[in-house]
Design a protein. Structure first.
Length: 532
């Protein structure tokens, strides 16, 4: 009977796997589940600023040529540069780029241009009616950031035009390399930026919704969004709430960020710029987010007490505002920044900052916004569970319901195609659809397996009782340090004649008995009498 417990455990394990097919599908990773469930509710955020920029028209000073010749001659005479044409041209470029104010002055005329600055980030839906969470810096720009954006677009164009107009490149017999042209342009741009005035600023935020395009493909449709509220850029409370007009949209649940510990995995979902918009990317690809994974390397806070996670999960520009998930697929934070090298300012690989979700929950509460799982998400999740367990017919039924709830769902058509291929390949594990009142095959097998397990458990229980009773039966049990108990009643013996004339041990009176040297009786272990 020693093998019965093992057999019972084995059958019980088979029953659990049979009744919970998800246990039998170990190949469905946590990352896969999070990606499948969250991607429909994650969107690209497009932040656009239209700005009028006015700068003075600069002209060379009256002593422009003399000053240049004088400076270059001194450098040659002192041996700083060799006496060659190439060295003289480079010295001229260095002088103008380093000190543009020395060689140019305001002409008194102004010129203006209309510049458009765009940035992208990630947002995620928390209510079926269109409230999204993102980062504050995704939907807001400081004056310095706007000026930098204009400088890198409109002002660069001005500089290139002026270089050509002044004959600094290709004129007066000068031939500048591309690197020298860029160096000159950079110097002029810095001069323009110092005197630039911005006006007529217009700001729009749009959410690019991924939508079904037929054949399992996706397209993007941009819808306007309203900024409901926002915090401040990191290291401040870098969160924002935006709103779009939509109904029964896919949503993402919020989790308990306080349960995250150092070393726990985090999953980041979003639209990193370069991986999303790589050269040659299809329309379907640019409308699909990316998931990365990494452990929490530390739990920290800013000097203002703002709680943050530090994680190894990779991220890039465009990921900002995206959700950070725990292993249960719940959002526990917002990705807000990457760590920078203090010496170079370059991003450090594998070290990013996540604003903990409690700050976001407080902001939602202040506006009476309750994070709610949509019916679309609930039904889609049920379909995914059927799909993971190879119950493809049941999965298709749920996915069809999703299409009726949210016709533009970006992923459900592809899931229907995959499930139907599973059916066509004969891999469908869905229960047969029998007539009312009849048991299908899976139900019969389940009942049979339950009966078998119950029978084994009964046998195991009977065996335990039998062995317990056997241990309680009276029998010869040796006492410690003494002869065995006499049997009661003693066995009958044939008469042997008169007893020998020798000293005998008197009959044992009722206990307890004293212990010690010379005592003829010994207390049994555990009390006054034997329980054997």
């Amino acid at each position: 009977m020693r093998d019965r417990p093992r057999l019972g455990c084995l059958v019980l394990a088979l029953l659990l796997v049979f009744l919970n097919p998800a246990l039998a599908r170990a190949d469905v990773t946590v990352g896969t589940r999070i990606a499948d469930a969250s991607f429909p509710a994650v969107s690209l955020i497009i932040d656009t600023w239209s700005v009028s920029a006015e700068v003075p028209v600069m002209q060379p000073t009256a002593t422009f040529a003399d000053d240049l010749v004088d400076q270059i001659s001194r450098q040659i005479d002192s041996g700083i540069i060799p006496d060659t044409e190439e060295a003289a041209v480079q010295a001229m470029v260095d002088a103008i780029a380093d000190s543009p104010r020395r060689f140019f002055e305001d002409s008194g005329h102004r010129r203006s241009t209309r510049a458009e600055i765009s940035a992208i980030g990630t947002g995620w839906m928390v209510t079926p009616d269109g409230y999204l969470v993102t980062a504050a810096h995704v939907v807001d720009k400081s004056d310095e950031e706007l000026a930098a954006g204009v400088r890198d677009t409109a002002l660069l164009q001005f500089a290139e035009e002026d270089i050509e107009l002044l004959g600094l490149s290709g004129g007066a017999g000068l031939e500048l390399s591309d690197a020298q042209n860029r160096q000159l342009a950079g110097g002029l741009v810095s001069l323009y930026a110092a005197t630039m005035a911005l006006s007529d600023i217009e700001h729009t935020v749009a959410v690019r919704l991924s939508e079904a395009a037929g054949g399992g493909q996706k397209i993007g449709r941009e819808v306007p969004a309203q900024v409901v509220d926002k915090g401040e850029g990191f290291p401040g409370p870098d969160w924002a709430i935006i709103k779009i007009d939509i109904e029964n949209a896919p949503t993402i649940p919020l989790g308990d960020e306080t349960r995250i510990v150092t070393g726990a995995p985090l999953y980041i979902v979003g639209f990193p710029g370069s991986p999303t918009f790589f050269q040659g990317a299809s329309v379907d690809s640019v409308n699909q987010p990316t998931i990365t994974e990494g452990s929490v390397t530390s739990i920290k806070s800013t000097e203002d007490g703002l709680p943050i996670f530090q994680t190894q999960a990779p991220a890039a520009g465009g990921n900002s505002g995206g959700p950070a998930f725990n292993e249960d697929g719940e959002a526990v934070g917002v990705l807000v920044a990457g760590a920078l090298d203090p010496r170079t300012g370059a991003p450090l690989d594998g070290q990013t900052w996540v604003l903990q979700g409690g700050t976001v929950k407080e902001a939602l509460d202040r506006h009476g916004i309750v994070a709610t799982t949509s019916e679309t998400t609930e039904v889609y999740a049920a379909g995914l569970e059927h799909f993971y367990a190879d119950r493809f017919s049941q999965a298709v039924a749920e996915f069809v319901r999703v299409k009726s709830l949210f016709p533009t769902h970006p992923y459900v058509d592809a899931m229907i195609d995959r499930a139907e291929r599973g059916i066509a390949d004969g891999r469908d594990a869905s229960p047969a659809q029998g007539a009312a009142g009849e048991f299908d095959t899976r139900t019969i097998l389940t009942v049979a397996l339950v009966v078998l397990v119950v029978a084994i458990l009964v046998l195991l229980g009977w065996e335990i009782v039998r062995r317990s009773r056997a241990r309680r039966r009276p029998g010869p049990t040796p006492l410690p340090g003494g002869p065995p108990h006499p049997q009661f009643p003693p066995p009958r013996q044939a008469p042997q004649g008169p007893p020998p004339q020798s000293q005998s041990t008197p009959a044992r009176p009722p206990g307890p008995y004293p212990q010690g040297p010379g005592s003829p009786w010994t207390n049994p272990p555990g009390g006054r009498g034997s329980t054997h």
